[in-house]
Design a protein around this ligand. Structure first.
Ligand code: GDP
Length: 265
């Protein structure tokens, strides 16, 4: 198997000095100190688990013989999807937003899991299902562009509308470029269906602090003014540095009901 990346585990992160540790575990909170005085920071710390919850979430994402994490199957139509036996989360986003990298980072402690990439144009776009022990399933939805083929749009819409066990949709947005036309279309779709979702800003290691702060504030404002179903706190991640990955694991565990009460840190 693959060796796990340097900061893939909390025990590795805990060896860092305090400010670096905060940047990796709570990247959004790290930005707070650069806000203008008086800015309302409530949306920066709605989900703020303590170490115990973060550690519990990490064990869920670590596979072993009694807790296998596996690719289950792929589907192009709703009649091919696995039965809705477990709570489910799905990840959607534009092609190239960093979705496969993020799912790989989340599953980095389960090196046998293979996250497929279907980059080739014309390659059939599938929904890929992963099972995390007996706890939940995670679905890697095909990347969309804003001129997605009709059958693809129908598949994604049918899934989002019909999937009874879907607990939360994670909409990935590029943290360097901010909301694009295709992202707005995705937001409109999620709003129309009235399902709960959360925005995840990717590739934050590539944005300067100023740019990241600007994108975060703009997107927060957009969420506040234009959405009903979006969780008010943004999640910031870097799949390269593992920032935000530990927190996201914990949020997934939380929304799938495994960590119902997450204490504040
Ligand atoms: P997908 O099409 O959404 O699955 O995107 P990928 O995960 O394949 O990522 C697209 C490109 O962005 C690749 O070149 C990745 O190496 C790069 N990338 C993805 N995530 C990150 C990240 O967190 N930081 C940086 N610097 N690059 C990233």
């Amino acid at each position: 198997g693959r060796a796990s990346a340097p900061l893939a585990t909390l025990s590795q992160v805990l060896r860092l000095e305090r400010s670096r540790r905060t940047a990796i575990v709570f990247p959004l909170q790290k930005l707070e100190r650069y806000l203008a005085p008086g800015t309302d920071t409530a949306r920066f710390r709605l989900f703020q688990p303590g170490l115990a919850a973060l550690q519990r979430a990490e064990t869920l994402f670590r596979s072993d013989r009694r807790h296998p994490i596996d690719y289950v199957s792929s589907a192009v139509r709703m009649d091919h999807v696995p039965p809705p036996a477990l709570p489910e989360v799905c990840f959607i986003g534009r092609s190239n937003v960093g979705k496969s990298s993020l799912i790989r980072a989340l599953f980095s402690l389960a090196p046998e899991v293979e996250v497929k990439v279907s980059k080739t144009p014309g390659h059939t776009k599938k929904m890929n299902f992963f099972k995390v022990g007996k706890y939940f399933t995670l679905v890697d939805m095909p990347g969309y562009g804003y001129r997605a083929p009709q059958d693809f749009v129908e598949m994604v819409e049918a899934y989002l509308q019909e999937r009874r066990n879907l607990k939360r949709t994670f909409l990935l947005v590029d943290g360097v470029v901010g909301l694009q036309k295709a992202d707005h279309i995705a937001v409109e779709m999620l709003e129309e269906f009235g399902i709960p979702y959360v925005m995840v800003l990717t590739k934050i290691d590539r944005a300067s602090r100023g740019l990241l702060l600007k994108n975060v504030l703009e997107i927060q404002e957009f969420v506040k003014e234009n959405t009903q179903g979006c969780f008010p706190q943004l999640f910031l991640v870097s799949s390269v540095e593992f920032s935000g990955v530990h927190l996201l694991r914990c949020f997934v565990a939380h929304v799938t009901g495994i960590l119902p009460a997450v204490e504040a840190s």
